[in-house]
Design a binder for this molecule. Sequence first.
Ligand code: PMV
Length: 338
Amino acid sequence: MSQPVVTARACANIALVKYWGKRDTALNLAATDSLSLTLDALTTETTVAFDETLATDELVLDGHPAKQEEVERITRFLDLVRSEAGVPIHAKVTSRNDFPTASGLASSASGFAALALAATRAAGLTLEPRALSILARRGSGSAARSVFGGFVHMHTGSRNEDGYAEPVAAVPPNFLEQLRMVVAVVGGGVPKTHGSRDAMDHTAATSPMYRAWLDLVPKDLATAEAAIAKGDLEALGELVEANALAMHASAMAARPAIVYWLPATLGILAEVRGLRSSGQPAWATMDAGPHVKILTTAAAAELVQNALVDNAGVTAVTISAPGGPATIVDASKVVSLT
Ligand code: PMV
């Protein structure tokens, strides 16, 4: 028996309208739809080799053996691939993130998208992008979006097969090309206080603002996608910043509170408002951590980067263009398993 050794690459994505809360924890179905932009400067490359000599799955992350709980998460995911492919053997997974230095930025989106693609191909399956997105979702909700490039819409789905992402259809020519995301890393990669999984469940269970968040998201999605269809960056940017603040408001109102921000996060938000009042296109968004991502244009990206780099508590500022879909990097090597 021989299985190919497959390497796949996927880009991270940043939600423009956030996913925050699940309707089904076992299937990892989101409570609402969401919208994201895939980024080419934040990538994960993952190699999967099924090997019948292994007694357990093995995971090497950025050159080091992964922690037990990370291996268990990968094993639960590989079990889905094994049962679909009928390949009952363990795998060695080697994964490397190319993210801004010590960023502490979440890599689960690019990580599970790359793993879904590499593992299915290594197990002999070729899935359609939609099926790949559904599978990636089981690893991490946002990973379903990293299967695709550009603007991506994720469907909440009431059943497993309805919870998938797909590219946004109506994007005017050249709109994506003129966009940039400036990623300001705050706090030098300090481990995050609450993982997104637990934090969104805790928000849903205890925040008096959570109902308002659920009511808001469909309206924000309609506004954001109308702005994209018109190529109206200002309308999109305003919506993106407002939606992120609403997500954080719902988390901050949880009991006990979930506060991801550090002083530098607020410093950057003030700087971004200042840039806007001086006529620059810049709108901020934050996820389950203190870092700030600023939606801007290719023309203004360096100015935004320079405005942020000297802020106290900012450890790195990277400019990213929109990224493409998950791809196979190498599937040529074949190991012989007897
Ligand atoms: O996919 P997860 O479990 O890492 O959750 C993602 C949560 C946010 O990044 C805060 C929002 C989003 O839609 O990506």
